[in-house]
Ligand binder design. Structure first.
Ligand SMILES: [Zn+2]
Length: 372
């Protein structure tokens, strides 16, 4: 039978938001909204929206957030819509004290603009730390900086960058190179993986949502949906916590070896600093049992993702985003984080629903056998 070619993922922020709000209303969800003080590219509102389903005061709560990295927002948004649609089915099988909270477009500006970062070039998922005391010096990043963030983007610069990266990997290993390119830095506002120098507005909104919307819940699972790392369409559930942490044990019990710790060197991701997980741990009731993790869905090889990010960063600081070349660079960035192949979207949706369902089942099982 021929596969349907319909792409299940929304094409842009405005379509995603409209679809999310409509599905939330249809599902009878309780809505909340945190608007940003600027307009979208189409002149509409940019907002972080929330939808709650289930009891008013659940003792167990599953949270699914999307679009922390704006350009990655479509997959998480589509998953949230699918959850809203399939809520009656979830509801039939869930314990009465279990609720669902959806946080749509944590970085709405980036989602709308097709960028991973926010309106101030900050990677929100590197911004959740104590500023500036937890800013670590990154001498290796500094040494590679001219190659990662060239002022001109041409074949000669690309060749030199490739050489420098190859030499670094030969001297320090590929794992260290990946870490340097992704851990986050706080010195170069126009650089890659800039984590900012103070809590960004999006950071404050997430903390506010986390502290207000999870109040009263004893067990909280928070799944932040990302794309762009790992094999095509394959999910990995990632924690920054150590394998000795109870979160890791819980994750392994629910997901087997798809649940991985960056600290154990078993993840597609290098260890990162300032991720959303860290902020959640501070914002929710310290007495609650919090299980925060990233659901990362793979797309294209990491090498292609890196060159797309480098070109995008150059474009917005030194190029013309509206030029023909600019359009091509932006199209490539979208493609590496949100592949246009509808089969990718379908695979992500199917496994995404399974991941959320497993969190519900895990919470229900753990409550049934106290002390686990
Ligand atoms: Zn991401």
């Amino acid at each position: 039978m021929p596969q349907p070619t319909h792409d299940p993922l929304p094409g842009d922020y405005t379509t995603a938001r409209t679809g999310f709000l409509r599905a939330a209303e249809r599902a009878g969800a309780r809505l909340g909204s945190h608007p940003l003080p600027m307009r979208s590219s189409r002149g509409g509102e940019l907002a972080v929206d929330t939808a709650r389903l289930g009891p008013e005061q659940p003792s167990r709560l599953v949270v699914v957030s999307s679009g922390t990295h704006g350009v990655e927002g479509s997959a998480g948004s589509a998953l949230q819509r699918a959850l809203l649609r399939s809520w009656p089915d979830f509801e039939r099988h869930r314990p009465a004290d279990l609720g669902l909270l959806l946080v749509h477009a944590v970085n709405p500006w980036g989602f709308d603009a097709g960028r991973r970062v926010n309106e101030r070039n900050v990677d929100l998922n590197r911004n959740f730390l104590a500023h500036p005391t937890e800013h670590e010096a990154q001498p290796d990043y500094e040494s590679l900086h001219p190659h990662l963030n060239p002022e001109a983007l041409d074949d000669e610069q690309d060749r030199r960058a490739r050489e420098a990266l190859r030499a670094f990997a030969a001297a320090h290993g590929m794992a260290r190179l990946q870490e340097v390119l992704s851990v986050g830095q706080h010195r170069r506002p126009k650089g890659l993986q800039f984590g900012g120098t103070e809590p960004e507005p999006g950071n404050r909104i997430v903390r506010e949502i986390a502290s207000r919307e999870t109040a009263g819940a004893r067990c909280i699972v928070w799944i932040d949906v990302h794309t762009g790392l790992g094999p095509w369409g394959v999910p990995e559930l990632i924690t920054e916590l150590d394998p000795t942490d109870p979160v890791y044990h819980r994750g392994r019990r629910w997901y087997g070896d798809a649940f991985r710790s960056t600290r154990a060197g078993e993840s597609v991701s290098a260890p990162l600093s300032g991720v959303i997980e860290s902020g959640l741990a501070e914002a929710v009731d310290p007495e609650a049992e919090l299980t925060p993790f990233t659901a990362e869905f793979g797309t294209v090889p990491a090498d292609r993702v890196f060159w797309a990010l480098r070109a995008d960063n150059w474009l917005h600081h030194h190029g013309d985003p509206e030029s023909e070349r600019g359009v091509a660079i932006r199209r490539e960035l979208l493609e590496v984080f949100r592949p246009s192949d509808p089969a990718w979207g379908r695979a992500v949706l199917a496994s995404g629903l399974g991941i959320v369902r497993a969190a519900f089942e895990g919470l229900a099982r753990d409550a049934a056998s106290p002390g686990s």
